[in-house]
Ligand binder design. Sequence first.
Ligand SMILES: [Zn+2]
Length: 509
Amino acid sequence: MTTTRPRIGLAGIAIESSTFTPYRSSEKDFEVRRGTEEMLQRFPFFQDGSATGTALREAADYVGVLHARALPGGQLLAPTYDAWKAEILEGLAAAHAEAPLDGLFFDIHGAMSVEGMDDAEGDLITAIRGVIGPDVVVGTAMDLHGNVSEALFAGCDILTCYRHAPHIDAWETRERGLRDLVETAAAVAGGAPRPYKALVHVPILLPGEKTSTRIEPAKTIYAGIPALTEREGVTDVSYWIGFAWADQPRCKAAIVAFGSDAQAVEDAALELATTVWEARHDFEFVAPTGTFAACLDEAVASEARPFWISDSGDNPGAGGADDTTYALAELVAREEIRRNEVSALMVSLVDPAATDIAHELGVGGRGEVEIGGHIDATAPGPQQLRVEVAALDEDTPTGRSAALRVLDGDAPTGLTVVITARRSQWHSRGMYERLGLSMTGFDIVTVKMGYLEPDQYEAAADWRLALTPGGVDQDLVRLGHSRIDRPMIPFDPEIPAPAREEILRGGGA
Ligand SMILES: [Zn+2]
């Protein structure tokens, strides 16, 4: 045992980016933190006064370099990535020269796509290893929609990910990952061997909406993980669903285990991988699905109010452009809504120009606006609408926004549309309240989401997942992947079972 207080670097870039959307993510989409103070403030468990968080804060000397995080989007522009990569490398080199680092918390999502690259996180950790060397213990705590490539696995000593979708355990996971890293780095600095690690890939690609942990089989698979981690010699075991909306060879499910006993680690990884493989044909959508028109038929006819519909193909939370008009056009055209017999809310589309026009018109002002279809022109493209401004909001964390009542001539229809200056996802009650809107105050609520987040789930009396077109189309087979490994479910009817010979191993030395 050792009493070393380890020196831990903090750095990373976190984004989930679709390669199927025309949207490109750049610096303006990110919240960037630099230096130790700003980086430490990222972690709520360091600020909340909890005993575990306080102990973890005091267990190490942290050196923050750079962290950038964004709402899911499109491929990151290469110059933006290159600049941050250079800054991270320089910062870590300087920190490591000042006093050797014992550990690095590689703070990533795991599904970052960068223009021209197949494995951005693998590239970044490989470059970081070039600067800090092989001895520093590297740990990461990722989104379960991230990918674990061989390069990422090689670059990290300990890897973990969330066990819930929706990700209610995001901070709990980072706290667990950071604690394991601090303990491991201290032990290794004191002469202990590194943990053993094992990786098993399972060639299944699933949209997040088939892998909600509220439903089977993901519910039982993830619920079984804590028992695996309690085995002698096993510290942690994780299951990455992988990221379906990038056309890259690394995209597939991954299972990683680590701990002090090589055999126990390998067995746990293989066992969980086999469980996932056995369920390969059982993953179903989290809610009843249909075309948008079919979902709208059901919503109009239903007694359940509010009836929620996810416009899932353009879900910005997975990387959609947030401005396709497929669902909007159907809502506008729907007779019962046009005649104001059924009230409907559509949240939200990003459209800075239309948002500015709404702010010029002012509350109660009427005019013509062209909404959506400027980034992702998936049919039917921009919609010309006559509207009355119902409410405005300035300078929210996601920029200005406006609620517009769609008019038919001079008569109000039942449809209200929210537009925003920046890509955003309307998942929490507070966001609606800022515009005087209630999550339950409409007959039908259409959101650019996949599965509903907790506030929404609670508000919805009923819900359909509409399989709409867009950059994060849930119908993977029609998207046109060409560079992923094959065979792969759902593109091929069958895949081989995980085999012990194919386990990638590391650590121990
Ligand atoms: Zn995720």
